[in-house]
Write a protein that binds this ligand. Structure first.
Ligand code: HEM
Length: 533
């Protein structure tokens, strides 16, 4: 029905009811927007808080109405510790965002991370660069991820990694030389000169990746410093990714905003690593089956880049040239801080308890005496496997201080799923954090909060059971692709360091300075160092 009315000096006019309603709404809005806006805002908050199927789960109030709680928690860089506290306070399921819960049950975590259960990655990962050509870590389209991972799995197999062992050995050798020089230098303490062991382990992890991915060293060990601030740049970038990843839409206003490029201080492109990856890619062109992706002027090794080029040549449709770059480049970002953090945690935990340190050194000495490991030179992967207490210390470090500090979050499949005896509707985000699940007393023992390597050696059956619930490398279709490489280098370098040097903490009463960006970046592993052989 139309409304007819007279206007002065004109004929009667007809206004449609839609226009009438609209004009009323606009005038009400203009007159009362200062009241309407807050009312809408509060209604939205209350809706999120009370109308959501997650309303019955406890947690911080802010988290139930907004993702701001997650942003603040991530920005604090203490989110891993906050999650431990949250579960202590609220129980096994905690609401950490309007549409997200964190779970502490290792059984549920295992299910969420299992292959074939259809819990997929959230858009958090899409923020990690490069958005235009996602790599294995950042690709959230599961079928595309599966295609890429199939190609990338080949060079990451333990057999392929073992072939690159000589180049890892070179990096170990260089680390030993550098530390020997430091240990032989002037000391102000009877326990030897001081050294930032954490920094050297970080340089080592980087240089190994350069060798394995591009057959080139980044030069961190050689120069004994963070060359071109590459480590710092990665950390800054990860901090940004971690925070903005909680509200991924923000990325379009920030890093994906074309104006961002004009603020040099905000540019997180890693010059050294990107340049080296591009140079190396250029050197190997044109790609052909004959060279199998290797640089014709090189030592003929089948490095990660070569294997990826080979995979690209086999099926350029499924694994494009951009994927070769993205996956090789992404390996440096995913593999450096993670491996360094694991080794730093190991040393800090072991050195923090002299009983454990002495027991470990005694195992190494006995192994040398009975020929299990050589008295000098490199320790091989299989020799490292014959050191049960060392293996227990390593596992316990990855349990108590896993390298990933942010939650690993997945989406419940559309049909919903039961976790820890509770049904969650499809679309719910479920977060898992190793810092929480690895402290579950029913799984890891009443003393799960403390570092006690013996828990892994007391009972084989129990040790196997605990191992099933460790998520330090994630799980399922997204299990860490670089875990063979990481474990190989760790098993080579740590026993050798313990055999060749004696260490003690400079500040035994201080905690290791740990910031969770995505990985737990650690600083302050200052030690006294003495040569043993
Ligand atoms: C001790 C060292 C390492 C630890 C503790 C570690 C841990 C993890 C974890 C927990 C994930 C799963 C993340 C998630 O689902 O959100 C992951 C994935 C990944 N890691 Fe590692 N990582 C380590 C070393 C490496 C290395 C050396 C590389 C490469 C050279 C690497 C490359 C990757 C990639 C590409 C992914 C994504 C896998 C996928 O989504 O399919 N990591 N890592």
């Amino acid at each position: 029905m139309a409304v007819t009315f007279e206007t002065k000096g004109t004929d009667s006019q007809t206004i449609s009811p839609v226009r009438l309603v609209l004009s009323n709404v606009v005038s009400i809005w203009l007159a009362h927007w200062t009241i309407i806006l807050p009312v809408l805002f509060v209604t939205r908050l209350l809706y999120k808080r009370y109308a959501s199927p997650l309303r019955r789960y406890p947690g911080p109030w802010l988290a139930s109405v907004s993702r701001l709680w997650k942003v603040l928690s991530t920005a604090s860089t203490n989110t891993h510790l906050q999650h431990i506290e949250l579960h202590r306070k609220y129980g096994r399921v905690v609401r950490i965002a309007p549409d997200e819960v964190s779970i502490s049950s290792p059984e549920a975590a295992r299910l969420v991370l299992s292959a074939g259960k259809h819990f997929y990655k959230t858009d958090f990962y899409g923020v990690f660069p490069p958005p235009e050509n996602p790599d294995i870590f950042t690709e959230v389209r599961e079928h595309v991820h599966a295609q890429k991972k199939k190609v990338a799995n080949v060079p990451y197999s333990m057999a392929a990694m073992q072939q690159l062992s000589p180049f890892i050995n070179d990096a170990v050798e260089l680390l030993m030389t550098k530390l020997s020089t430091i240990a032989g230098g002037q000391a102000h303490d009877a326990r030897g000169p001081e050294v930032d062991l954490g920094a050297w382990l970080h340089y080592f992890a980087f240089d190994v990746l350069g060798e394995v991915a591009f057959s080139r060293s980044f030069g961190f060990l050689e120069q004994g410093r963070d060359v071109e601030n590459a480590i710092k740049t990665i950390d800054n970038s990860q901090r940004y990714n971690g925070i903005v990843g909680q509200v991924p839409e923000l990325d379009y206003l920030l890093r994906r905003n074309p104006l961002w490029k004009f603020i040099p201080a905000l540019d997180t492109k890693n010059a050294l690593i990107t340049r080296m990856a591009l140079e190396e890619l250029g050197r190997r062109k044109p790609f052909d089956k004959e060279s199998e992706g290797r640089w014709r002027g090189g030592d003929g090794r089948q490095d990660l880049l070569a294997s990826l080029i080979k995979g690209h040549l086999k099926d350029p449709e499924k694994f494009a040239e951009g994927d070769v770059f993205a996956v090789a480049h992404g390996a440096i970002f995913a593999g450096s801080d993670s491996t360094a953090s694991t080794m730093q945690s190991f040393f800090w935990q072991v050195l923090h308890d002299r009983r454990i340190y002495e027991k470990l050194v005694s195992e190494i000495d006995t192994a040398v005496a009975n020929g299990t490991i050589p008295p000098t030179g490199n320790v091989s992967w299989s020799e490292g496997q014959n050191l049960p207490y060392f293996q227990a210390c390593l596992r316990e470090s990855m349990r108590v201080r896993p390298a990933v500090g942010l939650n690993i979050t997945r989406i419940v499949p559309p049909e919903g799923a039961e976790l820890d005896g509770i049904f969650f509707p499809g679309g719910t985000k479920v977060a898992v954090n190793g810092w929480v699940t690895h402290r579950d007393k029913a799984t890891f023992g009443e003393d799960a909060d403390i570092y006690r390597p013996e828990r892994w050696t007391e009972d084989e059956e129990r040790s196997r059971r605990m191992d099933r619930y460790m998520v330090q490398f994630g799980g399922g279709a997204h299990v860490c692709i670089g875990r063979n490489l990481a474990l190989l280098e760790i098993n080579k370098v740590l026993p050798r360091l313990l055999r060749d040097f004696r260490f003690s903490l400079v500040h035994p009463d201080r905690q290791l300075n740990a910031h969770a960006t995505f990985f737990v970046v650690q600083e302050g592993l200052d030690v006294f160092i003495e040569k043993r052989v």
